[in-house]
Design a protein around this ligand. Structure first.
Ligand code: HSE
Length: 436
């Protein structure tokens, strides 16, 4: 029985997906049962690197989600609309969904999965997080008997590329961003990447799988990398750290069952496995009991890598269709629990104030006796214990002082900081970063 595929979008990932589907030899044998029926494009006239018959192409995306010969709709449009509407329409028509769209799942996951469960169809999204890195299926299946305590990801290639370039070339954010845009590594509008939104969408998805509940996307605390300066990267290097945009989901207290979800630039010790993940590469570190730590790393974007994840989901659905004919009758209740989504509640999330972490802070102050003492006193009065205090040199006639704390509550740190900012000798606090 041939399974018909409809591609919504034939851009970079769509083309990579079509290339795999059209060259099944030497790949999984189930690909032999898959037929690419339709691909939705913006223009029929655009020259294409992949050899698809002209009658396969259409500019009418509705045609694809309503086509009775299409059993799996592969959504590669990105963004919220029309992706959401087309996915829901395809589901209502009994079609399985494979998507690379983290934004639509992070925002409308409840609506989409509720509809899918009702219709008895799968929505698979291996390509939505980490590009070609298998992380969704491992979290759903191979790692799922562990009590997951923490997931830490470098899950945005654009920002990892920018931070790596800033570190290696001692360059400023703006300069590197411009170069990255010129080379096609960063979008013309880089907002979703550099302000952390893309990583926040992805960690919301990973947290939902790791901790078994829906996530309200707005609960993910999010800071991007625009304010990371060459000066901080250089101080971080001297102190034995690299700066990475980390997306972190953790359950600090297993009994309390509440999650801390955050995306922010972070000082990572150079000895940590995530410190060596450079350029556009992604990595996801999963910590659980009894397993310990597992790190998955690889290409987080790109045509071939992302298409590999897309097609693995297609093969998964085909395999299940093979073994379970009841699915094709849309019986609703027969979804394989290892592939479907069974979340019924939203997870509780903790405010950033309750986070316990180390901080790095850089101060510019008048070079006067007692300033470091005053800093220490303010921190001490708010239960903020210091790991190191270094006066590195002079900048614009001000002493540049860098402080690294022990693990402290964010709320205490912020209170101390507010008091320090009121000290006469303190002229500026150019940067506050968290430390892993
Ligand atoms: N914009 C993403 C990144 C790639 O830079 O990692 C797609 O998820």
């Amino acid at each position: 029985m041939a399974i018909g595929i409809g591609l919504l979008g034939l851009g970079t990932v769509g083309t990579g997906t079509a290339e795999i589907l059209l060259t099944p030899h030497g790949r999984h044998p189930l690909l032999g049962e898959v037929v690419l029926k339709k691909a939705g494009v913006r223009s029929l006239d655009k020259p294409r690197s992949v050899g698809l018959p002209q009658d396969c192409l259409t500019t009418d995306l509705n045609e694809i989600v309503n086509d009775p010969d299409v059993q799996i709709v592969v959504e590669l449009l990105g963004g919220l609309e029309p992706a959401r509407t087309l996915i829901l329409e395809a589901i209502a028509n009994g079609k399985h969904i494979v998507t690379a769209n983290k934004a639509v799942i992070a925002k409308f996951g409840e609506e989409i999965y509720t509809a899918a469960n009702k219709a008895g169809v799968y929505v698979l999204l291996e390509a939505a997080v980490g590009g070609g890195i298998p992380v969704i299926k491992p979290l759903k299946q191979s790692l799922s008997v562990n009590r997951i305590t923490r997931v830490i990801g470098i899950i945005n290639g654009t920002t990892n590329y920018i931070l790596t370039q800033m570190t290696q070339n001692n360059a400023d954010f703006d300069t590197v961003l411009k170069d990255a845009q010129g080379l096609g590594y960063a979008e013309a509008d880089p907002t979703a990447d550099v302000d952390g939104g893309d990583a926040a969408d992805k960690i919301a998805i990973l947290a939902s799988l790791a901790f078994g509940g829906r996530i309200n996307r707005d609960d993910v605390y999010c800071e991007g990398i625009r304010d990371v300066s060459a000066a901080d990267i250089s101080f971080a290097t001297k102190l034995g750290f690299v700066i990475k945009l980390l997306a972190i989901a953790e359950r600090p207290d297993f009994e309390a069952d509440a999650l801390q979800l955050r995306v922010h630039p972070t000082l990572v010790p150079t000895s940590h496995p995530l410190a060596t993940v450079n350029g556009v590469f992604n990595a996801i570190l999963v910590e659980g009991e009894p397993l310990g730590q597992v790190m998955l790393s690889g290409p987080g974007a790109g045509a071939g890598a992302t298409a590999s994840a897309v097609v693995s989901d297609i093969v998964h659905v085909v395999g299940v269709l093979h073994s379970d004919h009841t699915l094709q009758d849309q019986t609703g209740k027969s979804l394989n629990p290892l592939l479907g989504c069974s979340h019924e509640h939203y997870s509780t999330t903790l405010p950033i104030d309750t986070l316990k972490t180390r901080f790095y802070a850089r101060f510019l102050s008048q070079d006067l006796p007692g300033v470091i003492g005053d800093l220490g006193t303010c921190f001490g009065q708010h239960q903020v214990s210091l790991e190191s205090v270094v006066q590195i040199g002079l900048k614009d006639d001000c002493a540049e002082i860098v402080v690294v704390t022990h693990d402290v509550y964010e709320a205490n740190f912020r209170e101390a900081l507010a008091e320090i900012q009121g000290l006469e000798a303190i002229k500026d606090v150019p940067s506050i970063l968290r430390v892993l």
